[in-house]
Design a binder for this molecule. Structure first.
Ligand code: SF4
Ligand code: SF4
Length: 178
């Protein structure tokens, strides 16, 4: 390499460094002096408001009286394009009642690794039991941890809202007798 070429490449390199650091320092100064609005937020301490129709983690909802809305009909599983929902239905009894109908979901599982959060399950559900809400922090460590069970989806019910199974059984018998 000739001396001229060496000097030219050294000057070009120094100019490139000066330009790059100039941009970095300009942004740093703007941030410190707050002369420009900052687009980034300090996640996770700060969170952006999500759009109203955001669809993330599923929730199995309950009625105001505490009973589960899911009746184990499997329409959500049928509508799921990723085939990642498994529902196992069982019969309610007057002694042990989970939902107002004849049946409830004894098992409700979703493989969250296959879910594409399309919301078809929510659209297909006749009782509004399964809904996709705004919890998007779904990372985990093992594949098994992404097999979500009914207990993980089910909304908590305050104990005082629960109607005793015997009361609902009596109500159903009254309705049937009418
Ligand atoms: S959001 Fe879509 S892919 Fe996920 S469980 Fe529901 S229907 Fe299946
Ligand atoms: S979530 Fe809805 S569609 Fe799915 S099994 Fe329960 S009631 Fe049926």
């Amino acid at each position: 390499m000739s001396l001229g070429t060496f000097l030219k490449s050294t000057i070009d390199g120094a100019n490139a460094l000066r330009t790059g650091f100039g941009i970095t320092f300009r942004h740093y100064a703007e941030q410190q002096l707050k002369t420009k609005p900052v687009d980034t937020i300090q996640y996770p301490e700060e969170r952006r408001e999500q759009y109203p129709r955001t669809r993330w983690r599923h929730v199995l909802t309950r009625y105001d009286n505490g009973l589960e809305k899911c009746i184990g009909c499997s329409l959500c599983a049928g509508a799921c394009p990723a085939r990642c929902i498994y529902v196992q239905a069982a019969e309610n009894t007057d002694e042990q009642r989970f939902s107002p109908g004849e049946r409830y979901a004894a098992k409700y599982e979703i493989n969250m690794l296959r879910c594409i959060f399309c919301g078809f399950c929510q659209d297909a559900c006749p009782t509004g039991a399964i809904v996709l809400r705004k919890d998007f922090e779904l990372s985990d460590y093992t594949r098994e941890d992404f097999l979500y069970t009914k207990e993980m989806f089910l909304e908590a019910a305050p104990m005082e809202t629960m109607i005793p199974a015997s009361t609902i059984g009596a109500m159903n018998r009254e309705n049937a007798a009418k």
